[in-house]
Design a protein around this ligand. Sequence first.
Ligand code: SF4
Length: 311
Amino acid sequence: MQPEKLSPYLKNLIDRTDSPALKRQFLPSEDEKILSPYDNEDPLEERRFSLTPFLVHRYPDRALWLTTPQCAAACRYCFRKHRLCGAGEPTEADVNEACACLKSRLGIEEILLSGGDPLTLSDERLTELLHRFSSVRPFRFRICTRIPTVAPQRITDALLRALRLYRVRFSVHINCTDELTEDAVAALREIRSAGFEILTQTVLLRGVNDSEKELSALFKRFSEMDLTPYYLFQGDLAAETAAYRVSIQTGRRLYRRVRQRLYREKIPRYAVDLPDGGGKVCIEANRIIGVRGRRVLFRSDSGRLFAYPIE
Ligand code: SF4
């Protein structure tokens, strides 16, 4: 089982609020021992799509850089936890190798910095990395982070000033309204005030946000804070996360009910990262071909069929 890791801010918040949704996301649980035959240590097949040890290229126009294995807090349902556990930091030679690769892949326009959490790096290391990639060509960058809700004090004027020199947008992972404390909201506001777009990323999780009331309230808060609703993700088939996944039928029912309550533009797309490397598809966008046995069949962007299990 993944060791517990909490930022001091998050530890204090959990102690103070006793929030079940926060405890479920961050405190180790016996539920992690519940296994499913579909569990996979690399559910998105990122190893197969890796150009170099830290550079993943699955979609034509963007690549993913695994910036660091460090996070400010360890999410129990993380789909990358087996890859991160014990992994090292990319070295100078790894960055050189990635730059050489990017040079020859002219279709790549955006680099997603993920990990781990790229905002656990110092301002200097992060901007040095952006500088190195930008010297290949002027990429757009997406910083995929959980920091605003687990260590909001990391969002400083100095960080935002440094990032303004690059074409950056944020993809912030937020799963429930209990994460939107005054400090978290202030951090998100500072990012927006500095001129950066914030795309939201929410994972549908059993015992955290699997109710019409919680999801509607969360998406309403996103809209009030001027965040761009982006994705609500079906849980990936990651090892030790079966008890955190909501079944796809329940997810679809919930999503339809939330859509009836809120304006369509306030709602992120409900999407699944298909097993066996099928990539992301929107669950409600006519991608479902049918149900075969205990599996839902999807047609991916490439036109191939992929199955997601009914658990
Ligand atoms: S912050 Fe992201 S990478 Fe880190 S543990 Fe949570 S989900 Fe995984």
